[in-house]
Ligand binder design. Structure first.
Ligand code: HEC
Length: 123
C-alpha cells in the first residue's frame, strides 16, 4: 500500500507528465502548421493559374487542343517554362506560351510547377 505522501507524489508526477505532453503536442502542432503553411502558400501563382487554366484546364487536365500538364514532372514543367521564357521552341504552338510567360515571374516557375502537381492531385 502506498503512503499518502507517495500517492501525492505520484499524482504530481502524472500532472507534470501531462503538462509536458501538452506542451510537446502544442510544439508539434505549431511546427507542423508552419511547415504546412509554407508548403501550400501558392498565393503568388494562384492568380496566374486562372489564366493558364483557360487553356490547360482547371485541374491541368488539358482540353480544346491544349496539352494536359497533370502528368508532367515538376522538373519538366520548370524546364518547359524556362524554355518558353527564353523563346525556345518546344512544339508547333510554343508561340502561344511565349506570350504567356510575360505574366509569370521566372522566380515563380518552381512554385507554379508545385502548384500544378498539387491541383492535379485532387481529382
Ligand atoms: C492561350 C492558351 C494557353 C495559356 C493561357 C497557357 N498555355 Fe501553356 N501551353 C499552351 C500550348 C498551345 C502549349 C503547347 C506549346 C508548344 O507547342 O510548345 C502549352 C504548353 C505548356 C507547357 C508544356 C507542356 C508539355 O507537355 O511540354 C507547360 C508546362 C505550360 N504550357 C504551362 C502553362 C502555364 C504555367 C501557364 C500560365 C502561366 C500556361 N501554360 C498558359 C497553351 C496555353
Amino acid at each position: 500500500m502506498p503512503t499518502v505522501k507517495q500517492a501525492r507524489q505520484g499524482s504530481w508526477g502524472s500532472a507534470i507528465m501531462f503538462i509536458c505532453l501538452l506542451v510537446f503536442q502544442l510544439v508539434v502542432l505549431l511546427g507542423a502548421r508552419t511547415l504546412y503553411a509554407q508548403e501550400v502558400d501558392f498565393s503568388e501563382v494562384e492568380q496566374n493559374w486562372k489564366v493558364c487554366s483557360g487553356c490547360h484546364g482547371v485541374k491541368a487536365e488539358g482540353g480544346r487542343g491544349f496539352p494536359a500538364l497533370n502528368y508532367l514532372d515538376e522538373d519538366f514543367i520548370v524546364e518547359a517554362l524556362r524554355d518558353y521564357r527564353n523563346g525556345t521552341y518546344r512544339g508547333d504552338m510554343s508561340g502561344i506560351m511565349f506570350v504567356q510567360m510575360g505574366l509569370l515571374k521566372p522566380e515563380n516557375f518552381e512554385l507554379m510547377a508545385k502548384y500544378i502537381k498539387e491541383i492535379s492531385k485532387n481529382e
